[in-house]
Design a protein around this ligand. Structure first.
Ligand SMILES: Cc1cc2nc3c(=O)[nH]c(=O)nc-3n(C[C@H](O)[C@H](O)[C@H](O)COP(=O)(O)OP(=O)(O)OC[C@H]3O[C@@H](n4cnc5c(N)ncnc54)[C@H](O)[C@@H]3O)c2cc1C
Length: 328
């Protein structure tokens, strides 16, 4: 058993960048890394992956797999792992993998470790570091050599790049017998909030707003306005979601998205541990808060103490004059 599988997450014909970090994490577990791509009409995605230095790309391409129903996807993964004797399965931490990976682990009766940010090899075991208690402490879990499933925090690992010596990966089609797959889940509908802004989990600049934004119009004018100056994404705290100021798909933190942008600007964000758990890996953190004792200043690289209603409009105006343009 030496092959390591990486479950590739994709959307609209494009591999999610976090999956490229999962590939590099998998390479720490063994050199025989194979990618598993599940879905429908996957040609473009497979072509984009073929240039990476991996052993094989296993493709389950069937109309029945158009929607990522966890019961079907996990069954395919578990079957493939058994069939090929694969040692482990890796995916990036996301809502997609949270739905699928634990089911694979259960089907294989294998242990699972989530949100891994560092991997060490000991003599007979693997050790995985992961945040615990909303990032307050770092836990180290030790697994005996054997089959296991892990999800990894993308920001903690390098990004896989095309192989220097071009050798296209072997592409293998996985034949699907629809009747052999579970049918307990049914796709009903998907609601995607249309936004001209970049995807929050991939954006280089994120502007995040908290409870004092008061209403959704103010949130859009100040947080959206500042994000647009940087052509960045909008995020928020759970308090802002609970108050109906911002949509819940923008929530960052322990029970929201985990992001690691180049620049995070927190506006009226207190810096509660549950929020910090989702953005502490940002390269540069800027905080705007009227309370100089607000916890967010403890992790901020730059802090502005003052009223956001005065500071943010000035920032938008000054930065716009400095040459930043709103996206079309
Ligand atoms: C199990 C659990 C899970 C949770 N998960 C999450 C999560 O995933 N994400 C998350 O964000 N939270 C989460 N929370 C909630 C978290 O504990 C905090 O309550 C929340 O993050 C606070 O949001 P906030 O900073 O917007 O609001 P507040 O705590 O109200 O802070 C507002 C801040 O804005 C400042 N301020 C006020 N007015 C102005 C002004 N005019 N100008 C400038 N600054 C101003 C204040 O000084 C204060 O620091 C979770 C809580 C629990 C118990």
């Amino acid at each position: 058993m030496s092959e390591v599988f990486v479950l590739i997450e994709h959307t609209r014909g494009r591999v999610k960048p976090a999956s490229l970090n999962a590939i590099m994490a998998a390479k720490q577990l063994g050199q025989d890394v194979s990618l598993v791509v599940i879905g429908c009409q996957l040609e473009e995605i497979v072509t984009s992956l073929a240039v990476l230095d991996v052993k094989a790309i296993l493709v389950a391409d069937d109309p029945i797999l158009t929607h990522p129903l966890a019961d079907k996807y996990s069954t395919i993964l578990a079957l493939m792992m058994e069939r090929r004797g694969a040692k482990s399965l890796v995916a990036s931490s996301s809502t997609f993998s949270k739905d699928i990976l634990p089911r694979v682990a259960a089907l294989l009766d294998a242990p699972m470790v989530s949100d891994v940010f560092s991997i060490q090899r000991q003599e007979l075991t693997w050790e995985f570091d992961r945040p615990m208690y909303a990032g307050r402490i770092r836990g180290t879990l030790s697994l005996e050599d054997g089959r296991f499933v892990i999800s990894v925090l993308p920001s903690a690992f390098e990004t896989a790049t095309p192989a220097r010596i071009s050798k296209d990966a072997m592409i293998e089609k996985i034949s699907i017998n629809p009747d052999s797959l579970p049918s307990g889940m049914e796709f009903v509908s998907k609601q995607v909030r249309q936004s001209p802004r970049p995807d929050l989990s991939e954006a280089k600049v994120v502007v995040s707003g908290g409870r004092p934004l008061q209403d959704s119009e103010t949130f859009e004018r100040l947080i959206g306005g500042l994000a647009d100056v940087f052509q960045g994404a909008v995020a928020c705290t759970r308090a802002a979601v609970d108050c109906g100021i911002a949509p819940n798909d923008c929530q960052v933190g322990q029970t929201g998205k985990v992001i690691a942008p180049d620049l995070y600007i927190g506006v009226g964000v207190s810096g509660a541990i549950q929020h910090i758990a989702g953005m502490k890996d940002a390269r540069v953190i800027v905080a705007i808060n009227k309370d100089p004792e607000a916890p967010i200043f403890q992790i901020a690289n730059y802090g502005l103490v003052g009223d956001l209603n005065e500071i943010v409009p000035q920032l938008i105006q000054e930065l716009a004059h400095a040459g930043y343009e709103k996206p079309a």
